[in-house]
Design a protein around this ligand. Structure first.
Ligand SMILES: Cc1cc2nc3c(=O)[nH]c(=O)nc-3n(C[C@H](O)[C@H](O)[C@H](O)COP(=O)(O)O)c2cc1C
Length: 314
C-alpha cells in the first residue's frame, strides 16, 4: 500500500492529484464520466463576485502539443455558486478548493467574506495570474507588491488554507512565491498558463479574438517543471505543480522537482477521468520503484549542485 495522502493546513487530500481550475467546471458536471470522490481534490473554475461572460469567441484553439485559451474568466459568480453548486459538492467526499478571481483587492476580500459563511469549503486558491483579462489578472500576478498585498488582505479574513496561484510570465517566480509565503499563504500553485499566440497565415489574422491567450498542455510541461523547481527552492511552504501533466510519470517528475502534489488541467478536456487515472499511475510507479511513501519523492531530484542558472537568481 503506497502512502499518498497529504495535508496542507486543515485541508486533507486523499491523493496527490487535484483537478485544475477552469478545466473541470465546478466539479458537478463530470459526475457521469468519473467518480470525483477518487480525486485528491477539486479546484473550481475561478469565481468572481458578479457573473462574467468572458471574452468573445473564438477563445480556444489547439496548438502543437498544447491548447491556447482566452476564456477571460467566464463564470457564474459567487452567489450562484453558493446557491446552485455548493449543495451538491457538500454531499461528495472530496476536498474542495474554491478558486477566486477579481478585478480589485476589495473584490477578492468580498468574495472570501461571502464564502466564509458557507461550510463544505476546504480552502481557497487565489488566481492572480489570468493572462486573459484587462483588469486584475496578470497586473496583480506580475507585481510583487500586489502579490504581497492580496495575500495579506485575504489572509486576514480566513483561517482556511490559502493557495496563491502564480503566473510563469515573470522573470523570477521565486520572488513571487516568497511574497506570498511571507504574507502567510499556506501554499503556492505553480503555474497558470504562458502567454501565447496563434495566427492564420492565409487570413493574416490572429485566431483568438483577443489576439493572445494562455498556453497549456504538454507543450508547457518543461517550463512548469523549471518554475516548480525554482519556487520550491525559494520557500518553505508547499508548492503545487501544474502544467502539461498527462500521465503518472509526469506527475512524479513534478514531485521530484519539489511539488507536494499536482493539478491536472488540459488533460481533462480529452478525458474527464484523467485525474483519477493519473493518481492510479502514480501509485503503480511507486509500487514498481518500491517507494512506500510518496512524500519521500518531494524535492528528491538528484540535481548536481552548481549546474542550474537558477542558483544565481535565488
Ligand atoms: C480552458 C482553460 C480555462 C482555465 N481557466 C482558469 C481559471 O478560471 N482560473 C485559473 O486559475 N486557471 C485557469 N486555467 C489554468 C489551469 O488551471 C492551469 O493552470 C493551466 O492550464 C496549466 O495546466 P495544464 O497544462 O495541465 O492545463 C485554465 C486553463 C484552461 C486550459
Amino acid at each position: 500500500m503506497v502512502q499518498s495522502a497529504f495535508h496542507i493546513g486543515s485541508a486533507e487530500f486523499k491523493n496527490r492529484v487535484l483537478v485544475a481550475s477552469g478545466t473541470f467546471g465546478y466539479g458537478d458536471e463530470c459526475t457521469d464520466a468519473v467518480d470525483i470522490s477518487r480525486l485528491g481534490g477539486i479546484i473550481t473554475k475561478s469565481l468572481s463576485m458578479k457573473p462574467r461572460d468572458g471574452n468573445p469567441p473564438p477563445r480556444i484553439v489547439e496548438t502543437t502539443g498544447g491548447m491556447l485559451n482566452s476564456i477571460g474568466l467566464a463564470n457564474i459568480g459567487v452567489h450562484r455558486f453558493i446557491a446552485e453548486k455548493l449543495p451538491f459538492l457538500r454531499t461528495v467526499e472530496v476536498t474542495l478548493i474554491v478558486n477566486i478571481a477579481a478585478s480589485t483587492v476589495d473584490e477578492y476580500c468580498a468574495v472570501v467574506d461571502l464564502l466564509e459563511g458557507e461550510d463544505g469549503i476546504d480552502g481557497y486558491e487565489i488566481n492572480i495570474s489570468c493572462p486573459n483579462v484587462k483588469e486584475g489578472g496578470l497586473n496583480f500576478g506580475t507585481n510583487c507588491q500586489m502579490t504581497a498585498e492580496i495575500t495579506r488582505r485575504v489572509r486576514a479574513r480566513t483561517k482556511r488554507p490559502l493557495f496563491i496561484k502564480l503566473t510563469p510570465n515573470v522573470t523570477h517566480i521565486a520572488d513571487f512565491a516568497r511574497a506570498a509565503a511571507d504574507e502567510g499563504a499556506d501554499a503556492v500553485s505553480v503555474m497558470n498558463t504562458l502567454i501565447g499566440m496563434a495566427i492564420n497565415a492565409r487570413t493574416r489574422r490572429p485566431i483568438l479574438s483577443t489576439v493572445t491567450g494562455g498556453l497549456s498542455g504538454p507543450a508547457v510541461k518543461p517550463v512548469a517543471l523549471a518554475k516548480v523547481y525554482e519556487a520550491s527552492r525559494a520557500v518553505k511552504i508547499p508548492v503545487i505543480g501544474i502544467g502539461g501533466i498527462t500521465c503518472g510519470v509526469d506527475a512524479i517528475e513534478f514531485l521530484l522537482a519539489g511539488a507536494i502534489a499536482v493539478q491536472v488541467g488540459t488533460a481533462n478536456f480529452l478525458d474527464p477521468a484523467a485525474g483519477v487515472r493519473i493518481a492510479g499511475e502514480m501509485t503503480a510507479f511507486c509500487e514498481e520503484q518500491k517507494v512506500a511513501d510518496m512524500s519521500t519523492l518531494v524535492g528528491a531530484l538528484d540535481a548536481r549542485t552548481g549546474v542550474s542558472v537558477l542558483d544565481s537568481w535565488l
